[in-house]
Design a protein around this ligand. Sequence first.
Ligand code: ATP
Length: 524
Amino acid sequence: MSTQTEPANLMEAIVSLAKRRGFVFQSSEIYGGLNGFFDYGPMGVELKKNLRDCWWNDMVRRRDDIVGIETSIIMHPKVWEASGHVAGFSDPLVDCKVSKTRYRADQLFWAKVEFGTNTTSAPDAVAAHLNANDNVLGYVSALEDENITATLQSAAEGMKRKKHVQGILLPVQPRDFTEATADEVTQIPSPATGNPDLTPPRAFNMMFQTNVGAMTDASSVAYLRPETAQGMFVDFKNVVDTGRVKLPFGIAQTGKSFRNEITPRNFIFRSREFEQMEMEFFIHEDDDWAKWHRYWINWCKDWLLSIGLPASHISEYDHLKEKLAFYSKGTTDIMFKFPFGVQELWGIAARGNYDLTQHANASGKSQEIFDEATKKKFVPHVIEPAVGLDRIFLAVLASCYAEEQVTDEKGNTETRTVLRLSPRIAPVKVAVLPLLKNKEQLVARAQALYTKLKRKYPCFYDDSGAVGRRYRRQDEIGTPWCVTIDFDTIEKEGDTFTLRERDSMTQKRITETELFALLEEQVY
Ligand code: ATP
């Protein structure tokens, strides 16, 4: 019998499991770690590879209209000038002058603390603490969280108590730091010190710089790519000339990107080195971009379901028209309910022909395509679904993690931790367990099965400890099935094993042929 329970703190539970079971480690941990960088352990690297492979198979190999490429991480610096990244790939940065802490201005929220009465009618005790000529008691600030309004409201109440004043506060109106006037900037407290020690926001370019070659002067400056997308634009003509492609078609790649994020946070959600999976889908300039945009939003959502993410955690967010870049026709984010709130997982942008046109102008090389039907040349338009592999990894861990209270036949209750990973992405597909490790016949049969299985599927051989313990170890890394080679296997007819299913914990007997058929059907 089992009942599901909620861990007290899901994020802590995931980070702890990730470390304990070899999914994710802090980078350079023995030196204290490096903020915003992570390593993937033996289980993590398999899960990540499976996610990448599923995306690649579904996006590239199983389609006739998309080809893959792999471009270099360091590209000609002119690429990043043409794309607009040198001038504009920045986040607004705020410094705390005293603590030296840095914040992203759009993640630092603040509010005026105001009384419902004006100065003249306020009781004297209140008026003494109000700013001259208005009913403002002061300012509060906090870093963005899911309940920012409640957080700031309670800080406002705290301020009222601290100043020992009576009166009804107005509900706070949170705004981010980029919306503060010069005067307000001088009054908003730094979350680090509680005093108004913040600088005005300034643009901070997030590209990592390096130098190519032995010289370290301005002429050798280069950048680690902040996105993989530009590789597809810069190689567009190469693919058209060699790839036997016809509009509409896409170019896809997966690979590392680097952003010097001001505040890397939430584990692998926002890091400084991460992996992207991006695809540029080129369409005719007269084609219906909105139709293709919707097509790719739906495709991405379906794909997330196919790897086992729950529909209940997935939603859409349309960027406001007035906040879009001038060339953008529309951007929709697929949002995911992470333990720390609903956040962007996958962005699907309709970018017009901006990128190819920029590169045509900057390089002097035409990026046009010839249209046989109209005998006209034109620059194709593009729809771009862009997702972070590490973010998908985190979404998977967060939504597949479960704790259950399990009671055995003797009435003993214990907590079972289980990762309900889809067989498509589980690092280990099946574990082979001989019931006893000192019974030659059991071991021989188990080894024979293991040798055969591992030619096709990642699997694991475990003969140490009680079978129940071995099942639990596999539950924690998300192995969908365990097969136990027991006395019935060798003594009874039929050469069957016990197949134990991870989620239901049910057991049944199965032959080798049936086991391979099950794997063939579920692992794709
Ligand atoms: P955000 O608003 O979260 O900074 P973004 O809109 O700048 O993201 P894009 O430039 O559209 O992100 O990048 C495409 C995808 O790459 C994002 O949807 C996200 O999944 C992933 N991504 C972006 N930045 C990071 C990061 N620092 N760490 C991990 N993944 C990231």
